[in-house]
Design a binder for this molecule. Structure first.
Ligand code: PLP
Length: 389
């Protein structure tokens, strides 16, 4: 009987040991043994699937990968030590000297740093596609463009890229489409269904969901994952089996957690509507979102992140953070605990005004990662902090 993805995220399991454990045990081992020279030869010759060394593969890691493949509808995958090693591993595997990368202008800060400050070392060119003007994107594709890289929804602007439209463009130009699906998770959005070749995650965020471990994962077409595997097997960004074990357990509750994050986010948006301290609220499933129709087409729900713009700008943003009594001030998201951040005074403070605008950051922008607490408590804390901001 073929199971549905959310059931597979619970039921996929490393084959039981003779102990007949119910929950997968931890395989904290750097390497694996062989009965004889022939078995060892066959493993190295890739004639068998036997594990050799945890930098290459490990049962806990494989279980985590198999679950993400089931959730994303992917053929194969590779798990990495962090979201950034997934991003960097993909760039280094698929981009050769002389190639061109087309990335959406609005990407996570460290991804932006790799693109703008490191790729030139390997003679890899890049262009940024204006997130606000998708009609200009196709003309930026060059004969040497090898990859299109996007986030949707973006961090922190919550901009949305039309995956179906971009999937067709990537196919037409024979370019790899790589989507960072960190903000939506496969519960809310499956980019492969719309034509993406590869999907990556910072598993550190919603996939873990409790702010415990770093992790990353890339899934997609088998032949591309094979290239990624060979690169990573030799260069070493592999995830630790402990982190993979934690993440695999987390996936058993991903669907219920994401539904509750969305419930809470929707209620928070409703409670903030019309608040005199706020210019606007942004949430992918709110009718005022500029890409509301696109979000509705490609996401099942709006996700756990909302942003709003404080009328008082930069100073109000700082006051708002200081006035919060329960929400955490921490540089993470996708946690059971609600988190507030003010990009203009922290993560994005070094960007010029124009650069901030290009990635939809205003001086008064507040990003809330809506947690799993009783929503009344989340709302009460935010409303009282708004009064003081
Ligand atoms: C959209 C996005 N991609 C990638 C990353 C990097 O992930 P990690 O911190 O696990 O390296 C982050 C981290 O915040 C992120 O928000």
């Amino acid at each position: 009987m073929d199971q549905r993805p959310n059931t597979k995220a619970i039921r996929i399991q490393t084959p039981r040991s003779p102990q007949m454990e119910h929950s997968t045990p931890l395989f904290l081992t750097s390497s694996f043994c062989f009965e004889n020279a022939e078995d060892m030869r066959a493993a190295f010759a890739e004639e068998s699937d036997d594990n050799i060394y945890t930098r290459f593969s490990n049962p806990n890691v494989q279980e985590f990968i198999d679950k993400i493949c089931a959730l994303e509808g992917a053929e194969d995958g590779f798990a990495t030590a962090s979201g950034m090693s997934a991003v960097f591993g993909c760039f280094m595997t698929f981009l050769n000297s002389g190639d061109h990368l087309l990335s959406c202008s609005s990407v996570f800060g460290s991804t932006h740093t790799i693109i703008t400050k490191y790729l030139y070392r390997w003679d890899i060119e890049y262009s940024y596609a204006d997130i606000h003007r998708p009609e200009t994107w196709e003309a930026l594709i060059r004969p040497n463009t090898r990859m299109i890289y996007i986030e949707t929804p973006t961090n922190p602007g919550l901009d949305i890229v039309d995956l179906e439209w971009l999937g067709k463009i990537a196919k037409k130009h024979n370019v790899i489409l790589l989507v960072d699906n960190c903000f939506a998770t496969p519960v809310l959005q499956r980019p492969i269904d719309f034509g993406a070749d590869l999907v990556l995650h910072s598993a550190t965020k919603w996939l873990d969901g409790q702010g415990r471990v770093l992790g990353g994962v890339v899934v997609g077409k088998k032949e591309l994952i094979r290239e990624l595997y060979l690169f990573c097997r030799n260069t070493g960004p592999s995830i630790s089996p402990f982190n993979a074990w934690v993440l695999s357990k987390s996936l058993e509750t991903l669907d219920v957690r994401m539904q509750r994050h969305c419930d809470n986010a929707e209620k928070l948006v409703a409670a903030l509507e019309g608040n005199p301290k706020i210019n606007w609220i942004r949430y992918p499933f709110h009718p005022t979102h500029p890409k509301y129709e696109v979000a509705k087409k490609q996401m099942t729900r709006g996700g756990g992140l909302i942003t709003f713009d404080l009328k008082g700008g930069l100073e109000s943003g700082r006051k708002f953070l200081d006035a919060l009594q329960m929400l955490s001030l921490t540089s993470n998201l996708g946690d059971s605990r609600s988190i507030a951040s003010h990009p203009a005074s922290t993560t994005h403070s070094k960007l010029s005004k124009e650069e901030q605008e290009a990635v939809s950051i205003t001086p008064g922008l507040i990003r809330i990662s809506v947690g799993l607490e009783q929503v009344e408590d989340i709302i009460a804390d935010i409303l009282q902090a708004l009064e003081k901001s």
